[in-house]
Design a protein around this ligand. Structure first.
Ligand code: 4NP
Length: 158
Protein backbone atom coordinates (compact mmCIF):
# COMPACT_ATOMS: atom_id res chain seq x y z
CA UNK A 1 0.00 0.00 0.00
CA UNK A 2 1.23 3.50 -0.85
CA UNK A 3 0.27 6.29 1.54
CA UNK A 4 0.91 10.03 1.12
CA UNK A 5 0.91 12.47 4.05
CA UNK A 6 0.20 16.07 3.02
CA UNK A 7 0.53 19.42 4.81
CA UNK A 8 1.22 22.96 3.56
CA UNK A 9 5.00 23.24 3.58
CA UNK A 10 6.06 19.58 3.83
CA UNK A 11 8.63 20.61 6.42
CA UNK A 12 6.85 20.34 9.83
CA UNK A 13 3.81 18.02 10.09
CA UNK A 14 3.81 15.65 7.10
CA UNK A 15 7.53 14.72 7.38
CA UNK A 16 6.79 13.58 10.95
CA UNK A 17 3.72 11.66 9.78
CA UNK A 18 5.78 10.00 7.05
CA UNK A 19 8.60 8.99 9.39
CA UNK A 20 6.35 7.82 12.22
CA UNK A 21 3.89 5.77 10.13
CA UNK A 22 6.68 4.21 8.06
CA UNK A 23 8.42 3.08 11.24
CA UNK A 24 5.23 1.73 12.83
CA UNK A 25 4.23 -0.08 9.62
CA UNK A 26 7.67 -1.68 9.36
CA UNK A 27 7.48 -2.73 13.00
CA UNK A 28 4.03 -4.27 12.34
CA UNK A 29 5.38 -6.22 9.35
CA UNK A 30 3.25 -4.28 6.87
CA UNK A 31 4.64 -3.74 3.36
CA UNK A 32 3.68 -0.04 3.20
CA UNK A 33 5.44 2.84 1.50
CA UNK A 34 4.77 6.14 3.26
CA UNK A 35 5.75 9.43 1.61
CA UNK A 36 4.86 13.11 2.07
CA UNK A 37 4.29 16.34 0.16
CA UNK A 38 3.14 19.94 0.72
CA UNK A 39 0.50 21.91 -1.12
CA UNK A 40 2.24 25.29 -1.14
CA UNK A 41 5.67 24.35 -2.50
CA UNK A 42 7.36 27.21 -0.59
CA UNK A 43 10.00 24.89 0.84
CA UNK A 44 10.62 22.58 -2.11
CA UNK A 45 14.05 20.93 -1.85
CA UNK A 46 14.47 21.64 1.88
CA UNK A 47 15.01 19.15 4.69
CA UNK A 48 12.37 18.96 7.44
CA UNK A 49 12.28 21.81 10.02
CA UNK A 50 15.07 21.33 12.58
CA UNK A 51 12.56 21.00 15.43
CA UNK A 52 10.63 18.27 13.57
CA UNK A 53 13.97 16.51 13.05
CA UNK A 54 14.87 16.99 16.73
CA UNK A 55 11.63 15.61 18.16
CA UNK A 56 11.67 12.65 15.74
CA UNK A 57 15.27 11.84 16.70
CA UNK A 58 14.31 11.96 20.38
CA UNK A 59 11.96 9.04 19.69
CA UNK A 60 14.43 7.15 17.51
CA UNK A 61 13.18 8.22 14.08
CA UNK A 62 15.55 9.80 11.55
CA UNK A 63 13.73 12.10 9.12
CA UNK A 64 16.84 14.12 8.16
CA UNK A 65 17.05 12.63 4.65
CA UNK A 66 13.55 13.70 3.63
CA UNK A 67 13.26 16.43 0.97
CA UNK A 68 10.24 18.72 0.69
CA UNK A 69 8.24 18.47 -2.52
CA UNK A 70 5.02 19.97 -3.79
CA UNK A 71 1.82 17.92 -4.02
CA UNK A 72 0.97 17.49 -7.72
CA UNK A 73 -2.20 16.58 -9.57
CA UNK A 74 -0.87 13.15 -10.60
CA UNK A 75 -0.29 12.18 -6.95
CA UNK A 76 -3.98 11.30 -6.57
CA UNK A 77 -3.59 8.35 -8.95
CA UNK A 78 -0.18 7.29 -7.59
CA UNK A 79 -1.29 6.59 -3.99
CA UNK A 80 -3.85 4.29 -2.37
CA UNK A 81 -4.53 6.69 0.50
CA UNK A 82 -3.83 10.39 0.98
CA UNK A 83 -4.06 12.05 4.40
CA UNK A 84 -4.44 15.84 4.74
CA UNK A 85 -3.12 17.27 8.00
CA UNK A 86 -5.80 20.01 8.05
CA UNK A 87 -8.90 21.24 6.24
CA UNK A 88 -7.04 24.01 4.36
CA UNK A 89 -4.72 21.31 3.02
CA UNK A 90 -7.73 19.21 1.97
CA UNK A 91 -9.13 22.19 0.06
CA UNK A 92 -5.76 22.69 -1.67
CA UNK A 93 -5.64 19.00 -2.65
CA UNK A 94 -9.12 19.27 -4.20
CA UNK A 95 -8.13 22.38 -6.12
CA UNK A 96 -4.81 20.97 -7.36
CA UNK A 97 -6.44 17.70 -8.53
CA UNK A 98 -9.46 19.29 -10.19
CA UNK A 99 -11.39 16.71 -12.23
CA UNK A 100 -8.89 13.99 -11.24
CA UNK A 101 -9.83 14.28 -7.54
CA UNK A 102 -10.93 10.96 -5.99
CA UNK A 103 -12.87 11.61 -2.78
CA UNK A 104 -12.63 8.02 -1.48
CA UNK A 105 -8.82 8.14 -1.39
CA UNK A 106 -8.50 11.35 0.61
CA UNK A 107 -9.31 12.03 4.26
CA UNK A 108 -8.35 14.28 7.12
CA UNK A 109 -5.54 12.51 8.99
CA UNK A 110 -7.21 12.93 12.39
CA UNK A 111 -10.41 11.24 11.17
CA UNK A 112 -8.59 7.97 11.89
CA UNK A 113 -8.84 8.87 15.60
CA UNK A 114 -12.37 8.20 16.76
CA UNK A 115 -12.27 11.14 19.18
CA UNK A 116 -11.04 13.70 16.65
CA UNK A 117 -13.49 13.78 13.76
CA UNK A 118 -12.91 16.67 11.35
CA UNK A 119 -10.13 18.18 13.42
CA UNK A 120 -6.82 19.61 12.23
CA UNK A 121 -3.27 18.79 13.29
CA UNK A 122 -2.10 22.18 14.63
CA UNK A 123 0.59 23.86 12.55
CA UNK A 124 3.70 24.15 14.78
CA UNK A 125 5.45 26.44 12.25
CA UNK A 126 4.86 29.68 14.19
CA UNK A 127 5.34 28.20 17.68
CA UNK A 128 8.11 26.92 19.92
CA UNK A 129 9.58 23.49 20.59
CA UNK A 130 6.68 22.41 22.83
CA UNK A 131 4.39 22.65 19.82
CA UNK A 132 6.50 20.13 17.93
CA UNK A 133 6.37 17.71 20.86
CA UNK A 134 2.55 18.00 21.01
CA UNK A 135 2.27 17.47 17.27
CA UNK A 136 4.59 14.46 17.48
CA UNK A 137 2.41 12.82 20.14
CA UNK A 138 -0.82 13.54 18.24
CA UNK A 139 0.61 12.15 15.01
CA UNK A 140 2.02 9.11 16.80
CA UNK A 141 -1.30 8.04 18.38
CA UNK A 142 -3.06 8.64 15.05
CA UNK A 143 -0.55 6.43 13.23
CA UNK A 144 -1.25 3.71 15.81
CA UNK A 145 -4.96 4.11 15.00
CA UNK A 146 -4.32 3.92 11.23
CA UNK A 147 -2.61 0.55 11.65
CA UNK A 148 -5.19 -0.72 14.14
CA UNK A 149 -8.08 0.37 11.90
CA UNK A 150 -6.42 -1.28 8.90
CA UNK A 151 -5.76 -4.57 10.71
CA UNK A 152 -9.29 -4.80 12.11
CA UNK A 153 -10.92 -4.23 8.72
CA UNK A 154 -8.79 -6.82 6.87
CA UNK A 155 -10.44 -10.14 6.08
CA UNK A 156 -8.27 -12.96 7.39
CA UNK A 157 -6.79 -15.18 4.63
CA UNK A 158 -7.21 -18.36 6.60
P1 4NP B 1 3.82 22.42 7.61
O1 4NP B 1 4.12 23.84 8.29
O2 4NP B 1 2.66 22.63 6.67
O3 4NP B 1 3.46 21.55 8.77
O4 4NP B 1 5.10 22.01 6.91
C1 4NP B 1 4.32 24.98 7.50
C2 4NP B 1 5.61 25.30 7.12
C3 4NP B 1 5.82 26.43 6.35
C4 4NP B 1 4.75 27.21 5.95
C5 4NP B 1 3.45 26.88 6.33
C6 4NP B 1 3.26 25.75 7.11
N1 4NP B 1 4.98 28.36 5.15
O5 4NP B 1 3.99 29.01 4.78
O6 4NP B 1 6.12 28.65 4.81
Amino acid sequence: MKILMVCLGNICRSPLAEGILQQKANDAGLDWTVESAGTNGYHTGEAPHHLSQKVAKKYGIDISCQVSRKFERFDIAAYDKIYAMADDVLTDIRNICGADYEDKKVDLFLNELRSSKNKNVPDPWYGDEDGYEEVYQLISITCDAIIENYLTTQTPNT
